[in-house]
Design a protein around this ligand. Structure first.
Ligand code: BES
Ligand code: ZN
Length: 706
């Protein structure tokens, strides 16, 4: 994982940005109402810290010593409210959501979703006032109506139309006010139907045929996390609310629809029917439509991909998924989701993986041919317990999803691949946390586990390595306090069982930990000076405890030594040639390259020699190796290999690959900056809109209204 330097919401245009996918026309020349104008480049400097501006809004406030919470957003969280949701979720119980959609592709990577969202609600608080839903300016609501109560005789008049109004909420969404005809009493049931259209928003991505692997047919997909699904359907777009859902999706002839659902069924008339029978938060509802086919890779798993990729997809994961699921079940309890399938996305998909339940979405970069990037799959599988079953109640508690998942991923990896390999992989994670904290300064407010997200701040702009790797350290610290792996594994299983299908805060998780281990509670392990739970959660900085990664030393040591040799002023070729890297695994090479990067720029001429000596690295097709090699090329200003940076950025749009490379180009020479501008203007239309906006920030570009 690479650190992110996303801007705050204040720096991102407060209007719908260009769709994540358009035709091949460069963004700079596209559109009549908007143009991309360069603002004068800032003087060369280190890149702005991750989420620095967002961080500035995350001001320190006096805290309640008992809870560590502070300020109005914290109070909202304490009251179970999510500052990033405009909805009145607290006053309602959402019993079920049904989407009935038609998908229409338009020319040049655009399209529309038309249909109905039906919300089955129960009033939880009498006199709840208007019903507020999360929505987005890009959602066109045509009609809202109450359906007649169940049991109404056939032939009765259709549902009662309701006044509905969209009001501004934040840069990333709006509030849909639905006026109810009369005050409701607690417990009353209500079925609300909203006819709407969606398409232009950041959560719904439309790709032109040339942006797919097969280049024949268009493609569409949704990406909900964190707050994007409000541009897909109106609802309670907060992780604190879970509901079951169902959907019917009609697609054009020759297309297939898939969703994050328990069941999938094709009916006549190009209509696909889905049912998710477990309650999930809104951000996990996901849809993809394209020319996709599937192949079985295990008793409860298949891979989905475009026809031209399906063989490679099957080969990559045939027969391996079941073992990860089985180990996960042994460690954390039953896998409740039925199927575990994988959808290989088009190259512009902005994440390595997205844990949509029953159907993980992954970047096609995982098709390395040698299963070397399977840690991403293990990570997404781990979310089946941590994140999808036990969910963070607000995005300020995101470490509960990702920190526990990193821990679970490495537990599964240890069982399957052993501790040497797993510790090596964890060391590359720790290196990324180190880079992130070096870039931002350790005491940046985003470098604590519990982030106070003030109203107006887009949770996606707070994304960085801390919840992942500092979260991993904290969970490892809890395991260290327990002192016995099998007891801690049993705790994790009990934790999942206690909170399954719920959304929780750190206080819930840690309260349960102390309850589960009363002897630790008695010892006061939550307040050991320097390691206080409160400090872990609320104080930015380097983790006070680091798990022991020494079992990985046998793999790291040769890589450390080789990096040392390459950093020398005069190269000891004899010693270098004595080390045979052809037998090294991908993560050993990744670790080596991270060390080389850290020592870069290397003395004159060394990188050229390294490049010639190791074509396995400098000509690698593996995305993790390509990323590191491109970073080394830029840090050493190796102009002869700039084309590799360009090719890599043209070939995929993953955020964690794209942003570090633009940052490195922008921090480099004039020619590196020119490369950045040229590459961005050619590839911007293919990038997810969020990634586009983050790159624009790095390059000092802004969207300007004409
Ligand atoms: N849930 C995340 C991806 C995400 C996070 C999407 C925040 C939107 C907002 C996913 O599980 C993840 O962490 N993916 C990583 C995998 C890695 C840690 C192995 C990725 O995409 O790199
Ligand atoms: Zn994750």
């Amino acid at each position: 994982m690479c650190p992110h330097h996303p801007p705050s919401h204040r720096d991102v245009p407060h209007r719908p940005a260009p769709r994540c996918a358009r035709g091949a026309e460069p963004a700079a020349r596209r559109g009549t109402h908007r143009s991309l104008r360069p603002v004068p480049p800032p003087p060369p400097r280190r890149q702005r810290p991750t989420g620095a501006a967002a961080g500035a809004r995350l001001a320190e406030r006096p805290r309640d010593p008992a809870t560590g919470r502070a300020g109005p957003a914290a109070m909202a969280a304490a009251a179970g409210r999510d500052a990033a949701s405009a909805s009145s979720a607290g006053a309602w119980e959402l019993r079920h959501l049904h989407l009935s959609l038609r998908v229409a592709f338009a020319a040049a990577g655009a399209g529309r979703l038309r249909g109905t969202a039906r919300l089955e609600l129960r009033c939880a608080r009498a006199g709840a006032g208007p019903l507020l839903l999360d929505a987005h300016p890009s959602l066109a609501v045509h009609r809202a109506a109450l359906l007649p109560p169940p049991g109404t005789p056939p032939g009765s008049p259709p549902g009662e139309p309701l006044p509905v109004e969209s009001r501004p909420f934040a840069s990333y969404g709006s509030a849909l006010h639905v006026a109810l005809p009369r005050p409701l009493s607690a417990g009353q049931l209500l079925t609300l139907e909203i006819d709407y259209e969606a398409g232009e928003g950041p959560g719904v991505c439309w790709l032109a045929p040339e942006q797919t692997a097969g280049k024949q047919k268009p493609y569409m997909y949704t990406q909900g996390q964190a707050v994007l699904n409000r541009s897909f359907f109106p609802g309670f777009d907060t992780p604190s609310v879970k509901c079951t859902y169902s959907a019917t999706v009609q697609v054009p002839e020759g297309f297939t629809a898939v969703m994050s659902a328990t069941s999938w069924e094709k009916q006549d008339n190009n209509t696909f029917v889905f049912k998710m029978s477990q309650p999930i938060p809104s951000y996990l509802i996901a849809l993809a439509v394209g020319d996709i086919v599937s192949a079985e890779v295990g008793p409860r798993s298949r891979v989905w991909a475009e026809p031209c990729l399906i063989e490679a997809a099957k080969k990559e994961y045939d027969g391996v998924i079941e073992e990860f699921l089985a180990v996960g079940e042994k460690l954390f309890g039953p896998y409740v989701w039925g199927r575990y399938d994988i959808l290989f996305m088009p190259p512009s998909f902005p994440f390595g993986g997205m844990e949509n339940p029953c159907l993980t979405f992954v970047t096609p970069c995982l098709l390395a041919g040698d299963r070397s990037l399977v840690d991403v799959i293990i990570h997404e599988i781990s979310h089946s317990w941590f994140g999808n079953l036990v969910t963070n109640a607000t995005w300020g508690e995101f470490w509960l999803n990702e920190g526990f998942t990193m821990y679970a991923q490495r537990r599964i990896s240890t069982e399957v691949y052993g501790s040497a390999y797993t510790c090596l992989e964890a060391a590359t994670g720790r290196a990324l946390l180190r880079q992130h904290m070096d870039n931002t300064g350790e005491d940046h407010p985003l470098n604590k586990l519990r982030v106070i997200i003030e109203p107006g701040v887009n949770p996606d702009d707070t994304y960085n390595e801390t919840p992942y790797e500092k979260g991993y350290c904290f969970v490892s610290y809890l395991a260290h306090l327990v002192g016995d792996q099998s007891k801690f594994d049993a705790f994790l299983q009990a934790y999942v069982n206690r909170f399954k299908f719920q959304s929780i805060t750190a206080d819930d998780a840690l309260g349960f930990f102390l309850e589960y281990f009363p002897e630790l509670k008695e010892k006061g392990v939550d307040s050991i000076p320097g390691f206080e739970f409160d400090r872990w959660l609320n104080t930015p900085g380097w983790p006070p405890f680091l798990p022991d990664l020494s079992p990985g030393e046998q793999l790291m040591k040769p890589a450390d030594e080789l990096a040392e040799l390459w950093a020398a002023d005069s190269l000891n070729m004899e010693a270098i040639e004595a080390m045979d890297i052809t037998v090294w695994r991908t993560y050993q090479l990744v670790y080596f390259l991270d060390q080389v990067l850290q020592k870069s720029p290397l003395p004159e001429g060394n990188v050229e020699r390294l490049s010639k000596m190791y074509p396995k690295i400098s000509k690698a097709q593996n995305a993790e190796l390509r990323l590191r090699w491109c970073q080394i090329v830029l840090k050493n200003n190796l102009e002869a290999e700039y084309s590799k940076v360009k090719d890599f950025l043209h070939s995929q749009g993953k955020q964690k690959y794209t942003l570090p490379l633009y940052r490195a180009m922008w921090a480099g020479s004039e020619s590196a900056r020119a490369l950045a501008m040229e590459t961005f203007s050619a590839t911007a239309p293919q990038l997810h809109v969020n990634v586009q906006n983050y790159v624009k920030k790095i390059l000092g570009l802004e969207v300007v209204e004409d």
